[in-house]
Design a protein around this ligand. Structure first.
Ligand code: 13P
Length: 251
């Protein structure tokens, strides 16, 4: 039986004081809630946020990690460094990085293996562009991303992988997939996982929805059988909105 998981991707937002204030507010809002929650601040505020959420029911996430272990990689941050400061989960394959940093499924696959080898959780983002959706290519695009990014993983490693379906046209636009549209893609992705890793892994893997999820639409999205939580951008920057979504996930 899959339980729900709500994760906040703060992207490139906040300053140090804001990051501390938001995480303090979330610790207090989510106190005592029996659910799974994660927040992913920018790298430079991870340490500050780690101190605030230590001992709470909120996991610490990073928004990226290097595929290599160490060495001459200017500007990169390794999995070991993230572990060192208390990071438990890493978001990989976000469409903003696939687009702006040209990240390929092959590179994302290497990063996933690095994160899993380091013993951390992966939140793998997949999703189609609007032009691909209207061309009827959603399943083809998402299937290819899942197969490419999870290539060579074992069912055992998959226990530490969460997938986030984020249709690119729904990110930051206020447009969401309807609960039924989103659920259909989640179901398709679960079928791909079954082909790759078997039914047990497919049934146990959490598939989150992301793309303009907020406190107004979360309840209906989370009610769908194959939607196991949310990866929230804009609405994760406000303690009241993010905690409202978290509360729907434990109902
Ligand atoms: P929004 O919730 O702002 O649409 O962002 C979703 C997202 O990209 C989370 O990773």
């Amino acid at each position: 039986m899959r339980t729900k998981y709500i994760a906040g991707n703060w992207k490139m937002n906040m300053d140090r004081a804001g990051a501390v204030d938001l995480s303090k507010a979330l610790v207090s809002e989510l106190k005592g809630l029996d659910g799974s929650f994660m927040i992913a601040p920018p790298f430079v505020y991870l340490d500050a946020v780690a101190s605030v959420i230590k001992g709470s029911n909120i996991r610490l996430g990073a928004q990226n990690a290097a595929s290599t272990e160490n060495g001459a990689h200017t500007g990169e941050v390794s999995v070991a460094m993230l572990k060192d400061i208390g990071v438990q989960s890493v978001i990989l394959g976000h469409s903003e990085r696939r687009d702006a940093q040209n990240e390929s499924d092959k590179l994302i696959n290497e990063k996933i293996l690095a994160v899993l080898n380091g013993g951390l959780e992966v939140v793998l983002c997949i999703g189609e562009q609007y032009s691909q959706r209207i061309a009827g290519a959603t399943e083809e695009v998402c299937g290819k991303q899942v197969r490419g990014c999870l290539k060579g993983l074992t069912p055992e490693q998959m226990k530490n992988v969460v997938i986030a379906y984020e249709p690119v046209w729904a990110i930051g636009t206020g447009k969401t997939a309807t609960p039924e549209e989103a659920n259909a893609v989640h179901k398709f992705v679960r079928g791909v996982l079954a082909e790759m890793f078997g039914n047990e892994t497919a049934e146990n893997t959490k598939i989150l929805y992301g793309g303009s999820m907020n406190d107004g639409n979360a309840e209906a999205l989370l009610a769908q059988p194959d939607i196991d939580g949310g990866l929230i951008g804009g609405a994760s920057l406000k303690a009241d909105k993010f905690s409202a979504i978290c509360r729907f996930s434990v109902k």
